[in-house]
Design a protein around this ligand. Structure first.
Ligand code: SF4
Ligand code: SF3
Length: 549
């Protein structure tokens, strides 16, 4: 195996024996083979978007498959074996349809489009030669993987939107064009950079689509205080990012005597008006994903993982973990997808919960959130006055992911050390590094404004664009906003590419720069966009507070 798609990759260069995330050699290889299969299918589908229902079938398959390969989403080998088989069959179907329609496929000769296999042994053998390192030139490899990881993030957001009935076929068309492009040895580095930028454009589109899906379905997030203590009834903990699963779980648990708590990236569900009517939706339990192996045991009840991030479960609570959607883990019960417009069936989880003791309290108090674009723009006058009067000197976008590395304590210290006339704009699980600190407020505006999940970084971009308009600036970079983003997995990659596409410069990314950026590709990002890493809190704050110095 060779995997370097996340921030915690071994030695900052690549996992080769077993993932730091717990992904085994065989799972990693099967994921590589699935990616290869998706590329092969795309080499055919780029020929035509006029295949009717078959295009929809391929769009769905590719989107869901990409999502399963995201860090910490799915560790279940059977999922990947089944998907590779399904992919090969789908590829044959597309091929046959193209031939039937008189579209020439003679130039489709890349191995990913023509290889075949059926047994697990054949798959394992093939997987060994189609991974990331199969691209020998390190700059081409770097650009191909940067693009691919952007697509994985895009696929995750597209799937959440799809689950709420929102799709945009141009996003799928781009995913397939980009996947096919990663097999093309004739593309120059400039052309690949062009595709990476285009990926950012579709990153904006997909986050806007998901924002529309979420807010049209569940209302606009409102300022909300969320209890982080516990109640006295048995509970179900729901984690991940999928709001449709959240809704169905709340409906099915109503009146059962079981409470529902959010975990990690599901916390922002509390901000949506549609979920506030449920009296048994009682709070948030625990912190960011990586602490789950310490916190799930004391929750006592069942835990539903709707997406990433799963940490390989300990025996102490493995029997209480469930996965659904793109998530999966060997030996853990998987709740099947919706069929024919029916809801998912969470009854097994609810039945188990009824027989569990209530959660053990691990902290008390409240956290506040719900500062998505409508809320913040609703406060626009107040915010603008505070900026004009100098009460707010600078905003810090500290969106992204949290992770295990000790070096991430930087973000807690950074938040604590920032001058008191600054405001943090956050989204994603990165917030757990500072959302329980008492950082106070500025004239009633809290100093940490949580817009929501990582995809709600879109809200932060909308706010920035609006402020640019109000202050009549020509360039988004003239705003008193600095970007100090923490990344971990591939959704952070699409968020970053989206910000670059919107013209945001001088974004700092930490705690380390991606291992998949070759020195030359990193140089392009530094020279063109002023991307930088982090150093230490004092120097970085000084640098951010004096941007022209
Ligand atoms: Fe390593 Fe990250 Fe890949 Fe897991 S996802 S194998 S930790 S690089
Ligand atoms: Fe966190 Fe996994 Fe990325 Fe959605 S839950 S931000 S790391």
């Amino acid at each position: 195996m060779f995997c370097y798609q996340c921030q915690e990759t071994a030695k900052g260069s690549g996992c080769t024996m077993r993932g730091v995330c717990g992904k085994t050699n065989d799972t990693a290889n099967l994921q590589d083979l699935l990616m290869y299969t998706l590329k092969g299918i795309s080499l055919y589908t780029v020929k035509s978007r006029d295949l009717g229902e078959l295009n929809v079938k391929v769009d769905t398959f590719i989107m869901e498959s990409l999502f399963t390969t995201i860090t910490n989403a799915n560790f279940h080998n059977t999922t990947f074996v089944d998907r590779v088989r399904e992919g090969i069959a789908l590829r044959a179907e597309v091929k046959a349809q193209l031939v039937k329609e008189g579209i020439s496929i003679q130039d489709v000769t890349h191995d990913s489009a023509v290889w075949t296999g059926n047994t697990v042994e054949e798959f394992e053998k093939k997987a060994e030669v189609v991974g990331v390192l199969a691209t020998e030139n390190e700059d081409v490899r770097s650009l191909r993987e940067l693009l691919t990881y952007g697509l994985k993030g895009m696929a995750a957001y597209a799937e959440h939107a799809r689950n709420l009935g929102y799709t945009d076929t141009t996003i799928h068309e781009f995913m397939q064009k980009a996947l096919a492009a990663t097999t093309d040895d004739t593309l120059t580095a400039d052309q690949l950079v062009g595709l990476v930028m285009e990926c950012g454009k579709f990153g904006v589109d997909v986050m806007a689509l998901l924002d529309k899906a979420n807010t049209s379905t569940y209302g606009h997030p409102e300022i909300t205080k969320v209890n982080i203590g516990v109640q006295h009834k048995p509970g179900i903990l729901i984690s991940g990012h999928d709001l449709k699963d959240m809704e169905e779980l709340l409906k099915q648990t109503e009146g059962t005597g079981v409470d529902v708590y959010t975990h990690s990236e599901m916390l922002p569900a509390h901000y949506y008006p549609a979920f506030k009517k449920y009296a048994h939706f009682v709070g948030n339990y625990g912190n960011a994903w990586w602490k789950q192996d310490k916190e799930f045991e004391s929750f006592n009840g069942p835990i539903l993982m709707t997406t990433n991030c799963i940490v390989p479960p300990k025996d102490a609570y493995k029997g209480r973990i469930y996965t659904t959607g793109a998530a999966g883990f060997e030996g853990v019960t998987h709740i099947p997808d919706r069929k024919d417009g029916q809801t998912k069936d969470f009854s097994a989880i609810i039945e188990q919960a009824k027989n569990c003791p209530p959660p053990i309290e691990i902290e008390t108090g409240e956290i506040i959130g719900g500062f998505a674009h409508t809320t913040v723009l609703g406060l626009a006058d107040k915010v603008i006055d505070a900026v004009k009067s100098g009460a707010i000197k600078r905003f810090f976008v500290m969106a992204g992911c949290d992770g295990r590395m000790k070096s991430r304590d930087y973000y807690t210290e950074f938040a604590n050390t920032l001058p008191k006339d600054t405001v943090i704009l956050t989204a994603g699980c990165a917030k757990y590094k500072y959302n329980k600190l008492d950082l106070g407020d500025i004239g009633g505006i809290p100093r940490v404004l949580d817009a929501g999940q990582c995809n709600d970084s879109y809200s932060l971009a909308v706010i920035a664009l609006k402020l640019k308009e109000v202050f009549e600036l020509n360039d988004i970079n003239e705003l008193p906003i600095s970007y100090n983003i923490a990344w971990y997995e591939q959704k952070a990659v699409i968020v970053l590419l989206a910000l670059l596409y919107l013209g945001v410069k001088n974004i700092h990314v930490g705690p380390t720069l991606p291992a998949f950026l070759s020195p030359n590709v990193a140089k392009v990002l530094v020279d063109t966009f002023g991307i930088g890493g982090i150093t230490n809190v004092q120097s970085d704050i000084e640098m951010f507070m004096n941007p022209t110095a």
